[in-house]
Design a protein around this ligand. Structure first.
Ligand SMILES: Nc1ncnc2c1ncn2[C@@H]1O[C@H](COP(=O)(O)OP(=O)(O)OP(=O)(O)O)[C@@H](O)[C@H]1O
Ligand SMILES: [Mg+2]
Length: 473
C-alpha cells in the first residue's frame, strides 16, 4: 500500500509539470477510477494443494462452481470419470464466473499454471498448479470471509451427496501417499443394497435405522455432551448373513462414502493415523473380517494385544510391522478419531469369540449387531425382493410349512437367495423348491451330533455378552 501511495504522489508531480489543466483533470479522473478499481478489491487465492495437504476448500469451490458453471459460464471443461455415471463441469483455465450472495457480488477465476520442475522433494507435486482466485469488494470482506465461504462449503457437501456418485475408498498401497497426497484410492460406489432389500428382523432393522439416523442428525447432541461425533458398529455372524450388505445399505441410506480399510496393508500405527486423517467427514470406515487379517489374541504384559499377521496374510513375522491393538483403538476411539466429524466405524467378523475383549468392551463399539440365519420375517423380505410378491400371494400351506422349518434349517439369506433366484419367474415353484431345500437342511441338522463342550459354552456366553452390549448412548 505504501508503494501505491508513493507512486500516486510521484504521478501527481509529473502530471502538474507536463499536462495543461483541462487535460490534467480528465486524466486524473480516469486515473482515479483505475486506482480505485484496484484498491477497492481484495483477492483470495485458493490453491489445490496447501503445503502437503489437499485443500478441501479448493475441491468444494470446484464442485460449487460446477453447478453454477453449467448454466452461466461460456467456457467449460467437461469430465466424465472412469465408471462414473455423470458428466462434471469445471471452469476452464483463466475463465471467470460471477456469483452473488446476499447482495454481494464476487468473481471467481480459475488459473492453471505449469509448476517449475522440482529439484528435490519428499513428495512429488502434480505438474500443474491450480488456483481459484476469488475477487470481492473490500467492503464485502466480512461477508465473504464470515459466511460466503462457509456457504460454498455447505453447498458443495450437499451437491456431492445429491448428484455425485458416492465413493468407495481403499488403501491398497498401505499408508503411502500418491502425488496428490492421498493414501486412499477411490472408485464410484454403486452397491444396490438398501434397508428395503436387507432381509432381517424388521424390528431390529428399524432400531438400526433409527440409530444411524439419530447419529447423522445429532450434531448438537454430540456438541452438547462433549462427545466426538462418531459411532461404532460391530457386525458379527456367519458368512452370507448380510454384514457387507448392511454396510452398503447404511452408506446408501445416509449418502456417506465408504473407506474400506485393509489392515494387513498397514504397517505402523502412524500409517494408520495418517489414513484416518485423510478420511472425510460423512463417511463409514470399515474393517471387514477383523479376525481374519490379524490376530489380536497375543497379548503383551500390558494386556494390549500386538497384531500378528496370520499365515495367510501377506505380512511376514519379522517384517517390522508394529501396528498394535492400542493403535487400532486409538484410531477408532482416541484423540485421533476426532480429527474430522460425522464418521461411522464398522467392524465385521464371522467369529466374535476370537476378538480381543478390549475391542468389545463397553464404549468401544456402540452397537453390536448379530446378523444371523434367515428367519421367517426375513424370508418375507426375500420373497418380495426375488419373487416380487408379498407372502399372502403364495400358497398358504407351503408358507405354513416354510415357517415351521426355517429356523431349524439354519440357512443364511445368501443361501436362500441362491435357491429363489433359480426359479424367480415362477413364484410358486420357487417357494416349493425352497421348502424342499429347507427340509433337507433341517433333517441334516437334526442328525448332526451337537458338540457340547466347554469351549462352545464359552463361545455362547461371549456371543450373548456381545449381543447384550450397549445399544444406546
Ligand atoms: N440379510 C440379507 N438380506 C439380503 N440379501 C442378503 C442378506 N445376506 C446376504 N444376502 C445376499 O448374499 C450376498 C452375500 O452377502 P454379504 O456379502 O452381505 O454377506 P456377509 O455377511 O458380508 O458375508 P461374509 O461374512 O462372507 O463377508 C449378498 O450380495 C446378498 O445378495
Ligand atoms: Mg462381508
Amino acid at each position: 500500500m505504501t508503494s501505491m501511495m508513493g507512486f500516486w504522489a510521484f504521478s501527481q508531480t509529473i502530471l502538474y509539470t507536463i499536462f495543461p489543466s483541462e487535460l490534467r483533470f480528465a486524466f486524473l479522473k480516469s486515473f482515479h477510477k483505475i486506482f480505485n478499481f484496484f484498491t477497492s478489491f481484495c483477492y483470495y487465492d485458493i490453491t489445490e494443494i496447501d503445503g502437503v495437504n489437499t485443500n478441501e476448500l479448493y475441491n468444494a469451490v470446484q464442485l460449487y462452481l460446477s453447478s453454477l458453471a453449467a448454466t452461466s459460464a461460456t467456457s467449460l471443461s467437461l469430465n466424465r470419470g472412469l465408471n462414473s455415471s455423470s458428466i462434471t463441469f469445471s471452469l476452464s483455465n483463466n475463465h471467470r464466473l460471477v456469483d452473488s450472495y446476499n447482495g454481494v457480488k464476487v468473481v471467481w477465476e480459475h488459473v492453471i499454471t505449469q509448476r517449475q520442475t522440482q529439484t528435490f522433494s519428499w513428495r512429488p507435486l502434480p505438474e500443474e498448479k491450480r488456483v481459484f482466485i476469488l475477487r470481492a469488494k473490500n467492503k464485502d470482506k466480512i461477508v465473504v470471509l464470515g459466511s460466503y465461504l462457509d456457504f460454498v462449503m455447505e453447498k458443495a457437501k450437499d451437491l456431492r451427496r445429491k448428484h455425485q456418485d458416492r465413493l468407495l475408498y481403499t488403501n491398497s498401497h498401505g499408508g503411502s501417499l500418491d502425488s496428490r497426497g492421498h493414501p486412499w484410492e477411490s472408485v464410484p460406489f454403486k452397491h444396490p443394497s438398501t434397508f428395503d432389500t436387507l432381509a432381517m428382523d424388521p424390528l431390529k432393522k428399524a432400531e438400526i435405522m433409527a440409530d444411524i439416523l439419530n447419529f447423522a442428525n445429532g450434531e448438537s447432541f454430540y456438541q452438547r455432551t462433549g462427545r466426538a461425533w462418531k459411532r461404532g458398529y460391530l457386525l458379527y455372524g456367519p458368512p452370507g448373513t448380510g454384514k457387507s450388505s448392511m454396510i452398503a445399505a447404511m452408506a446408501n441410506y445416509l449418502g456417506y462414502d465408504i473407506y474400506d480399510l485393509e489392515l494387513t496393508e498397514v504397517n505402523t500405527n502412524s500409517e494408520l493415523r495418517k489414513l484416518l486423517m485423510k478420511t472425510s467427514s460423512k463417511s463409514i470406515i470399515v474393517i471387514e473380517d477383523i479376525d481374519c487379517s490379524i490376530n489380536f489374541t497375543n497379548r503383551n504384559k500390558n494386556g494390549v494385544g500386538k497384531i500378528d499377521y496370520l499365515p495367510g496374510s501377506n505380512r511376514g513375522e519379522n517384517g517390522g510391522h508394529t501396528i498394535t491393538l492400542s493403535g487400532l483403538l486409538n484410531f477408532t476411539d482416541g484423540l485421533w478419531s476426532c480429527c474430522g466429524n460425522e464418521r461411522i466405524f464398522v467392524f465385521t467378523t464371522n467369529h466374535v469369540e476370537k476378538l480381543d475383549p478390549a475391542l468389545l468392551r463397553s464404549g468401544r463399539m456402540d452397537m453390536h449387531i448379530h446378523m444371523s440365519y434367515c428367519s421367517f420375517s426375513a424370508l418375507k423380505i426375500l420373497f418380495k425382493n426375488y419373487l416380487g410378491c408379498e407372502d399372502d400371494q403364495l400358497d398358504g400351506v407351503v408358507l405354513k410349512e416354510l415357517e415351521g422349518v426355517i429356523d431349524e434349517a439354519e440357512m443364511t439369506p445368501a443361501d436362500i437367495s441362491e435357491v429363489l433366484i433359480k426359479s424367480w419367474r415362477n413364484k410358486d415353484k420357487a417357494a416349493r423348491e425352497l421348502l424342499e431345500t429347507l427340509k433337507t437342511r433341517a433333517k441334516r441338522n437334526r442328525m448332526k451330533p451337537r458338540k457340547m463342550n466347554t469351549n462352545e459354552d464359552e463361545d455362547k456366553e461371549l456371543e450373548k455378552w456381545a449381543l447384550d452390549s450397549p445399544i444406546q448412548d
